[in-house]
Design a protein around this ligand. Structure first.
Ligand code: ZN
Length: 70
């Protein structure tokens, strides 16, 4: 993971850009207001996916993970 990705995730968290839409025992859905758009992150037993074009462990996923696992 790039340090800049982590820094971005921290910035999103501090800005309150991560909104939990739904959270159950196994699944979490958040909406993250990023620099280039608003994305949905879904986390379940298989890991996290994000609707942004990065197709990798992006800052939105990291921000969501940090939210559910402080
Ligand atoms: Zn993303």
């Amino acid at each position: 993971m790039k340090a800049t990705t982590y820094a971005k995730a921290l910035r999103y968290m501090n800005a309150g850009a991560v909104e939990v839409l739904s959270q159950t025992e196994n699944v979490i859905v958040t909406r993250v207001k990023g620099d280039t758009g608003t994305w949905l992150v879904v986390g379940d037993d298989n890991g996290y996916t994000c609707t942004c074009p990065a197709h990798t462990t992006c800052s939105h996923i990291i921000a969501t993970e940090a939210l559910v696992k402080p």
